[in-house]
Design a protein around this ligand. Structure first.
Ligand code: PAF
Length: 283
């Protein structure tokens, strides 16, 4: 596996691959890879001739006061993991390679899709995500790109961008990977102290309880939301950012549960802001 830092070097490697008719898979990441990322890399490895993993802590998706500086980084370990999973290229540009000093072009999905849930407390986040992902799509021109269901809103926003801007790429969504005790894998779990980590198990517990209640017939979105909020509030170390019950495709709040339902939440435990969700098909 080669680690490539320059866009023109990556492009010439990819041109050669496309001349030879090879399919290209892209797994965009911000590094500090965990088993969630590795599941995307494994799937992409199976489905493509050439596999590029990008590793870039994208400054434009962090708001003021967020954890851009402290975001965990371990390039050496990530390179070893990508190599062990059979990636062909690790694309790890510096910020200066991706953004000129006077950079000023952004791709933004407007409307409700980016305003609620994470968009409410992180108003510039999705603009940063869609801008960097479209740059990566332009640089790599992948046939397929892989994202995790844990970032359910991000997936919906990227799918909308791909549709609206006619990107010729298939978006592949892979299931959430959890620790044995149910905590969703996240690079930000490293911020949790031992007690906070234990407290954070309430997230998966409350999503499961909500799912069971829906399975037994509850269809009122507010009831489900209130139930999850109440369970989380039992944990004194938690601070809820949001709990929402929405349509899984357009992120609109649902009063009555029907169709593809996403129960999504973001909760802080100390320095860590954790997101998690469950998607259900409801009759
Ligand atoms: O999900 C992430 O890690 C990031 O938002 C992404 C898609 C790599 C863009 O920086």
């Amino acid at each position: 596996m080669d680690t490539v830092k320059k866009i023109d070097v990556l492009r010439s490697r990819l041109k050669e691959a496309s001349r030879n008719g090879k399919s290209v898979g892209l797994v965009p990441t911000m590094g500090f890879l965990h088993e969630g990322h590795l599941s995307l890399i494994k799937r992409a490895r199976e489905e493509n001739d050439l596999l590029v993993v990008s590793l870039f802590v994208n400054p434009t998706q962090f708001g003021p006061g967020e954890d851009l500086e402290s975001y965990p980084r371990d390039l050496e370990k990530d390179a070893d993991s990508c190599s062990a999973e059979g990636a062909d290229i690790l694309f790890a540009p510096d910020a200066g390679e991706m953004y000129f000093e006077d950079y000023g072009t952004y791709v933004e999905v407007s409307g409700g899709l980016t305003k609620g849930l994470c968009g409410k407390s992180r108003p510039t986040h999705f603009r940063g995500v869609t801008s960097v992902v479209s740059k990566l799509f332009n640089i790599v021109e992948p046939d397929r790109a892989y994202f995790g269901q844990k970032d359910a809103q991000q997936v919906a926003v990227i799918k909308r961008m791909v549709r609206d801007l006619n990107f010729d790429v298939e978006i592949v969504v892979c299931p959430i990977v959890r620790e044995a005790d149910g905590l969703a894998k996240s690079s930000r779990n490293i911020y949790l102290s031992e007690v906070e980590r234990k407290a954070a198990l309430v997230l998966n517990r409350s999503l499961k309880a909500a799912s069971e209640r829906i399975s037994s017939g509850e269809r009122n979105g507010d009831e489900i939301k209130a139930m999850v909020e109440n369970m989380i509030k039992q944990e004194p170390l938690s601070a809820i950012d949001y709990v929402e019950v929405v349509d899984a495709e357009n992120m609109k709040p649902l009063e009555i549960l029907k169709g593809s339902v996403l129960l999504a939440l973001a909760v802080r435990f100390g320095k860590a802001r954790l997101i998690d969700n469950i998607r259900l098909e409801v009759e």
